[in-house]
Design a protein around this ligand. Structure first.
Ligand SMILES: O=P(O)(O)OC[C@H]1O[C@H](O[C@H]2O[C@H](CO)[C@@H](O)[C@H](O)[C@H]2O)[C@H](O)[C@@H](O)[C@@H]1O
Ligand code: UDP
Length: 734
């Protein structure tokens, strides 16, 4: 369900849930079909040129459709003013190519993020991003800025070195593989783009450049929605410039387990800057949970069902599974051009079942694994060899990154080998295309496919699987889907889920899919079709933005409830005037040496016995020597600890939380009842020992009147143990 807390919790405010449902209903009932939403009624080529004479464009149908989506219909007086939305993503929805000094060719960019955001129509949206091209001269920048403005796009101009270090380097060679569990680059991969540090510097520089453009175009009340791993530094830059800006950040990739994230040298910087946003969104609960646990374990912050808290400030964290504009795909199937393509494809592959893969040529998509599984299937099922064909569309991507170049050769080599092995004079089993298809060609392919094969090793969501389902109302084909794609959580019930690393498992699923009964296909399809058509990209965006608006309002309310900060000047002047003062000081954490969140003091693991911070000795001596002031140290520690630390001062000591009292010049007194029953200690001690052994960095102390298990430095991994731990304590005899 979109906008749910990262952790489904019974404490979710009922009002939030109700608001979500109400908003959803309102959106449904107020939805008006604009001209651009009617079938085929997109801008014509002539309209396009008349609007934009300096553009040299050959518009495909897909681009015409895109035109309609980007420009929308002008706001009319009767309609309420739409909220302004600044969508900030690394890539604009168009890539630009320079045709002449002042002439630019604009083409829609391929990728899930662009497809999803094209569906966002409810806002007065503007896009801010990189146009995918280096423009060194001012006149070229001016011409491109004007051309893009007509498409409601605002460019960020990045120089070549920044692109190399930031985009090819830090984003695609460091963050991308790490977030998809492929590890960090080894030295040989790093050396091509220099060190982590210089890449990270370029990353921050680039994020500042994005921030400058946002700040320039921002108007009060705008919502700023930052996207993806390219812009993790952006929320912080924006909030530092204007703390009132409403900032949301959404990650389109997985967020890995904190065990993976902690490998990153810049792990804390990135988490902290993302936390500057008001709302942080992920595709699935798992990714959100991983993010929260990275913040608790690495930064030592507090995780709650609502998000992450840092000194009273909450960053809301929630799951917002993306969708597609399913209507756009369903309507496209009625277009004559799509019908014609479907007819061609059916004729070309007559007598054979068609299996389809559509992926960017990226290592996370598991293309080699998919092809090897298809080979295993052909090997084990000779009767199918002449009756099935795998069509793999592999869209070239990030071609400047050496890993991607290697992958291309690897895939070509495998395809060549298998086609050589199973091909005949008249046909080959694998049709592999290193290119992208336009929207209409893609829809036709989806519609005639019998089995779609998605074998991502990790994938934030995977919209191809959604698009395939949207186009299958007639055929009701089967979706084989990797359990490591975010989509497996929403389409899992209708798809055949596979582990792409298990080649024989995938091969078995291929056989099962090809032989599946019509009845089963129909049931599975129905389930997924319902999901895809009700969880759309419009719904996704509207929910995120409405949550962001609400989060900001709630944060303002919360700020008013926060206790006011002590007015230091007033406190000091009252202190100076008074003649009889009582100062009650804590010990652990107040007067002890500073330790970091993992319990290290100056890089060393802390000693078990707390020690007075040497820097406080002098001021404390002065305080204790002041006859107008009585000082008490009140601590949970036992008497010997206080003796060892405060013997030399003239003060009161209260050990074990007041069980024992002493003026340092006198003897210890006790407030303990004479017949205090301590029989429970032995049995509880065993329980404490058991959990201490199993919880690194926790320790337990046996005091005179209490037993303490201290898990303060153990990190949040102690919590599962705590849950086991508390019930046995309650069952102890009192
Ligand atoms: O812009 P590129 O570097 O060429 O890469 C294309 C996009 O790839 C990634 O897409 C992700 O977003 C999809 C939609 O949420 C999701 O379904 C998919 O699983 C992700 O891989 C990337 O996150 C985008 O920023 C890129 O633009
Ligand atoms: O030839 C192609 C192949 C893919 N796509 C689009 O690229 C997107 C891929 O998104 P997905 O979420 O599956 O993965 P990503 O590439 O973003 O990692 C989908 O919307 C496809 O329709 C396209 O327009 N043309």
């Amino acid at each position: 369900m979109p906008g749910n807390n990262y952790c489904p919790s019974p404490t979710t405010p009922r009002t939030r849930l109700e608001r979500l449902l109400r908003d959803r209903e309102l959106r449904k009932s107020s939805r008006v079909s604009t001209p651009s939403e009617e079938i085929g009624d997109t801008l014509s080529e002539a309209d396009f040129f008349s609007q934009d004479s300096i553009l040299s464009c050959q518009l495909s149908d897909e681009q015409q459709d895109f035109e309609g989506l980007l420009e929308g219909s002008p706001p009319q007086d009767v309609r309420p003013r739409k909220q302004r939305l600044l969508v900030v993503a690394n890539r604009l929805p168009v890539s630009a190519t320079r045709m002449a000094d002042d002439a630019w060719h604009l083409e829609i960019s391929v990728g899930g993020l662009v497809s999803a955001l094209l569906g966002v129509k409810e806002f007065d949206a503007r896009w801010i991003g990189w146009a995918g091209v280096h423009v060194p001269d001012e006149s070229g920048q001016k011409a491109l800025t004007e051309a893009l403005a007509k498409k409601r796009c605002i460019p960020v101009f990045l120089d070549e070195d920044t692109v190399h270090q930031y985009y090819n380097g830090y984003c695609n060679n460091v963050l991308w593989p790490l977030f998809h569990y492929l590890g960090l680059p080894q030295e040989d991969r790093l050396s091509t783009t220099r060190s982590f540090q210089s890449q990270f510097d370029a990353y921050k520089r680039a994020n500042h450049m994005f921030a400058d453009v946002v700040n320039e175009h921002y108007e009060e009340g705008d919502v700023v929605w930052c996207h993806d791993y390219h812009l993790m530094f952006l929320p912080k830059c924006l909030k530092e410039h204007n703390s009132k800006m409403k900032v949301g950040w959404f990650l389109h990739t997985p967020f890995p387990s904190s065990e993976i994230h902690r490998m990153l040298p810049s792990r804390s910087d990135l988490l902290r800057s993302v936390l500057a946003a008001d709302l942080v969104g992920f595709h699935t609960y798992d990714y959100a949970r991983h993010f929260v646990s990275a913040c608790t374990r690495i930064l030592g912050l507090e995780g709650t069902p609502e998000g992450v808290e840092d000194q009273g400030r909450l960053t809301r964290v929630a799951a917002f599974p993306i969708g597609i504009d399913s209507d756009r795909f369903i309507r496209a199937l009625e277009l004559p051009k799509v019908k014609e393509s479907m007819k061609d494809l059916k004729e070309r592959f007559a007598g054979r079942k068609l299996m389809l893969g559509v992926d960017r040529l990226d290592m996370i998509k598991g293309i080699p694994q998919k092809i090897l599984a298809f080979e295993a299937f052909l090997e084990e099922n000779p009767q199918w060899r002449e009756k099935v064909v795998l069509l793999q569309i592999a869209v070239p991507t990030r071609t400047d990154v050496p890993e991607y170049q290697k992958l291309t050769s690897q895939v070509h080599e495998i395809v060549g080998r298998i086609n050589g092995k199973f091909g005949t004079l008249t046909s080959v089993p694998i049709h592999h295309l290193d290119r992208s298809l336009d929207f209409t060609a893609l829809c036709a392919l989806y519609a005639v496919t019998d089995v779609a094969l998605v074998t991502s090793l990790r994938d934030g969501m995977n919209l191809v699987s959604y698009e395939f389902v949207a186009c299958q109302a007639a055929k009701k084909g089967v979706l084989i889907l990797s359990e490591f794609a975010g989509a497996a959580q929403s389409l899992g019930a209708g798809a055949l889920l596979v582990n792409p690393w298990n080649i024989s498992d995938v091969a078995t699923s291929i056989r099962y899919a090809l032989n599946m009964s019509e009845d089963e296909r129909e049931k599975r399809f129905h389930h997924n079709f319902m999901h895809v058509t009700t969880h759309t990209s419009q719904e996704w965006a509207a929910t995120f933005v409405s949550e962001l608006n609400d989060t900001v309002v709630e944060a303002q309310l919360r700020t008013r409830q926060v206790l006011p900060v002590l007015p230091i000047d007033t406190a000091v002047s009252r202190y100076t005037c008074s003649h009889n003062r009582l100062l009650i000081l804590g010990f652990n954490g107040s007067l002890t040496e500073p330790v970091d969140s993992s319990g290290r003091r100056g890089g060393q693991i802390r000693e078990l016995e707390p020690r007075l911070n040497p820097e406080l000795k002098e001021p404390l001596k002065k305080l204790c020597g002041d006859e107008k002031t009585t000082v008490i140290v009140l601590s949970g520690s036992d008497r010997s600890v206080l003796d060892n630390n405060f013997e030399e001062f003239n003060m009161w000591l209260a050990a074990e939380n007041g069980m024992f009292l002493r003026l340092t010049s006198g003897d210890w007194m006790t407030t303990m009842p004479e017949n205090l029953n301590m029989d429970w200690v032995d049995s509880v001690k065993h329980v404490f020992e058991y959990f201490t052994e199993r919880t690194p960095r926790s320790h337990f102390e046996l005091r005179e009147t209490s037993l303490v298990w201290n898990y303060k430095y153990a990190g949040k991994q102690a919590f599962p143990y705590l849950l086991d731990f508390i019930p046995p304590l309650f069952s102890l005899p009192s």
